[in-house]
Design a protein around this ligand. Sequence first.
Ligand code: AMP
Length: 532
Amino acid sequence: MCAERLKSFGELDLSRQILQALSEMGFEEPSPIQKAAIPLALEGVDLIGQAQTGTGKTAAFGIPICEKANPRFQAVQALILTPTRELAVQVSEEINKIGRYRQVRPLPIYGGQSIERQIRALRHGRSQVVVGTPGRVLDHLNRGTLKLQHVKMVVLDEADEMLDMGFVDDIESILKQVPTEGRQMMLFSATMPPEIRKLAQRYMNDPKSVAVSRDELTVPLIEQVFYETRERIKVDALCRIIDMEEIGQAIIFCRTKRGVDELVGALEARGYFADGLHGDLSQQQRDRVMRRFREGKVELLVATDVAARGLDIDNVTHVINFDIPQDPESYVHRIGRTGRAGRKGQAITLISPREYRQLRSIERLIKSRIVRKDLPTISDVSERQAENLKNQIVKILQKSHLGNYRSIVGPLLEEYDSIDVAAAALKFAVEGVDEQPDEDDEFSFGNTGAAPGMVRLFMNIGRVQQVKPQDIVRWIADESGIPGNIIGMINIYDRFTFVEVPEEHANRVLSCMHQNFIKGRKVNVEPAKARR
Ligand code: AMP
């Protein structure tokens, strides 16, 4: 089958169990390295893949391994060597997910973990795949606690790193213990120095190289920047960037369907108007999301590459790569969605420290540098917001249609300082009515983004739990005893609901509702955060 024409995992010769696992992992279609490598790997030929972290290389060898291993045979059938323990654990986790329904189980063995525990696990014999660092694997071989006589597949992952770390002798000693009869070897490496070619020549049998084809690409002339951030704070980093930028409408790209859903949830919970697009949506749902985005009701469209394909939208001011694309070509396709029709646009990419290589290969393809920017600090963001406010005021002053408002200010100036009056007016414009606690106010809600006189509450149930507006009204009215007809606006999202209740009843509603049960589920109810 021609790798270029191959589009979906379904077109690969994969079992139902593997396809189900991939779908649950949120993978929509094979990445380019997977399209190229999987069919060959399934045929059993030896492979050399030039690919770095972030391209989907782990699944490129992990899927064929899980497909070909025999789950009922209690012996190690595949061995994967990695340069570091972090990578061993990561690869093992990915194989565990891919092999979940075929009952193919990996075991990571690496230095730093108690060897006794590993010996026990090896003796147990439940793992068909061993993922390990060369030193520790050799250690087990020397002790006789790991046996390779049934190994049919060997992977050298990040081979260049292993060589740089001086593992070449260890690797050779290990390879000598794997029977050559019927052995399949796969080697993945970001670079291909001569030592790797030599290693391949010595141990591989007529290996095929997998390279991903390059289309002719036109790179749009737009500003391209990247920010380095860690996984743990990625969503907050994104929010700060959004707050600093003058975003009209943005498309935010995630790697998986699940990533899209999670990010939409996280953004909604922070008060942004976001919606998601991925392959699991029906045509009707997709049309609804696109309509809302076009009408400007949604400012952030979160999407996978597959879902964004064929989208025809013109006014996108920003393309944000929340996850770096898996291959440089998709970067170019993604960013081509902004800066259309001669408009200004910006492409922003978030990367983790491990993804620099990916970034560099994108730079090589587009033949230019992507500029690094430092993440904005909280005070940058508030300065920016102050600047925006000032600009808005200057605009209003310049138009000077102040009419009746001037007559309200006049008498106030006789009693108060003019700067104080202007500052109070500004505060009112930004925060709405004064919700600062008076002396005897037991609890102030601050600005919850509600209509005047109301408090907006956030609850962590939504459409997914099949919640309807009438459920919310009935529930609040029953539990707190306030009349249903004074409950304000209700907005139900997939996993959250916002509901507004009159300020004077808000404490009561909160204390009756929070941690109470609805639809058999304990629900959190909290004052919402203000929208931006
Ligand atoms: P790797 O290059 O193997 O380090 O993979 C990088 C990330 O991409 C991992 O989080 C994988 O789970 C994810 N990934 C791999 N293949 C796909 C795919 N076909 N679609 C979406 N995500 C993928």
